[in-house]
Design a protein around this ligand. Structure first.
Ligand code: UDP
Length: 334
């Protein structure tokens, strides 16, 4: 069975490609490498012993999609391709809307033409917006966000839902991720953002590696036990495995399902920094700073639907998340 993985050279896409190849699927990756490196494909091959077909192309380019769907019999698509930096999306909203919506529309048009009806979409907890109480449950309104990036997730969920409504044989799974961190056990894959990282774990790793001087913790006056924000961090390999479960489920269940993927546990910024220091033995200097605009005090998942429908739950703990994130950065530096 052939799976098209859009954005498959990226952080979550590459880990998912590994799990797919190891489970015996054939994998076709399309990625424009706007935020990923070409040698990720070599690393995927090194880990799995199998090389995915790779197209260096934009998933918003109908001609390229035509070429890919003509050459391969694609049974299902996992759609990761999209810009993902929250802050950048506030400065460049049009680019974000153009890219992230076009890629989904072009993909659906190609799927429609070639009779491919199974899709797993990379969504985000950001669709729960600013007003829902934690833990987030899939039945809550998920119709707003705090950034253009987040709005593209809301809009893409809408587009996919409307598409499925007129294709009764289509199955669409909207996977709402919480905070994926960590890397592959081999040390060959991990979170490798261009420039100065926005997300907490890659920033912590760069500080630990001495590439950045110190971490600024964005706010310690939140109404949480230690005053810093609470998030639901999950291991990227657990997350990747969730996509395989979703793919299976979609194979026998037409319709649309939104499903949270998280641990159901909340961890503060300070707890994460301490866990990282304990797991790696490396010090992470930090200072307290002001709150970051748009941050919520607490975000975590109710994961019962993932367990019920997919039989999925996380297996790897915070220590493993920290160790694997650091292992990747260390190997990568060398
Ligand atoms: N954070 C921080 N310093 C940083 C980056 C992030 O204190 O340099 C905090 C941020 O305020 C949030 C948590 O770490 O409470 C996770 O942030 P991230 O950007 O990784 O994910 P988010 O949940 O905001 O999407």
């Amino acid at each position: 069975m052939s799976i098209l993985v859009t954005g498959g050279a990226g952080y979550i896409g590459s880990h998912t490609a590994v799990e797919l190849l190891q489970a015996g699927y054939d994998v076709v990756i399309v990625d424009n490498l706007s935020n990923a490196r070409a040698d990720v494909i070599d690393r995927i091959e090194k880990i799995t012993g199998r090389r995915p077909a790779f197209y260096h192309a934009s998933c918003a380019d109908p001609k390229e999609l035509e070429r890919i769907f003509s050459r391969h019999t694609i049974d299902a698509v996992i759609h990761f391709a999209g810009f993902k930096a929250v802050g950048e999306s506030c400065r460049k909203p049009l680019q974000y809307y153009r890219n992230n919506l076009d890629s989904t529309l072009c993909l659906l048009e190609a799927m429609e033409r070639f009779g491919c009806r199974r899709l797993v979409f990379s969504s985000s907890a950001t669709v729960y917006g600013m007003n829902n109480p934690v833990p987030y449950v899939e039945t809550m309104p998920a119709l707003s966000s705090s950034s253009p990036y987040g709005w593209t997730k809301v809009m893409n969920e809408r587009i996919l839902t409307d598409y499925a409504a007129v294709h009764p044989d289509a199955s669409v799974i909207l996977l709402r991720y919480f905070n994926p961190i960590g890397g592959h056990a081999s040390g060959l894959l991990g979170d490798d953002p261009n420039g100065i990282p926005n997300n907490l774990m890659p920033y912590v790793c760069r500080v630990a590696a001495g590439q950045l001087e110190k971490l600024t913790i964005f706010g310690n006056d939140y109404p949480t036990p230690d005053g810093t924000c609470l998030r639901d961090y999950l291991h990227v390999v657990d997350l990747a495995k969730g996509h395989l479960r979703a793919l299976d489920y979609a194979g026998t269940h037409p319709g649309v399902e939104a499903i949270n993927l998280g641990t159901g546990k909340s961890v503060s910024v300070l707890e994460l920094v301490r866990a990282f220091q304990n797991a790696t033995g490396v010090r992470v200097p930090y200072v307290m700073g002001p709150r970051r605009d748009g941050d919520l005090p607490e975000v975590w998942a109710d994961c019962s639907k993932a367990k019920r429908l997919l039989g999925w739950q996380t297996e790897l703990d915070m220590e493993e998340m920290c160790r694997s994130a650091w292992n990747f950065v260390k190997r990568h530096e060398a």
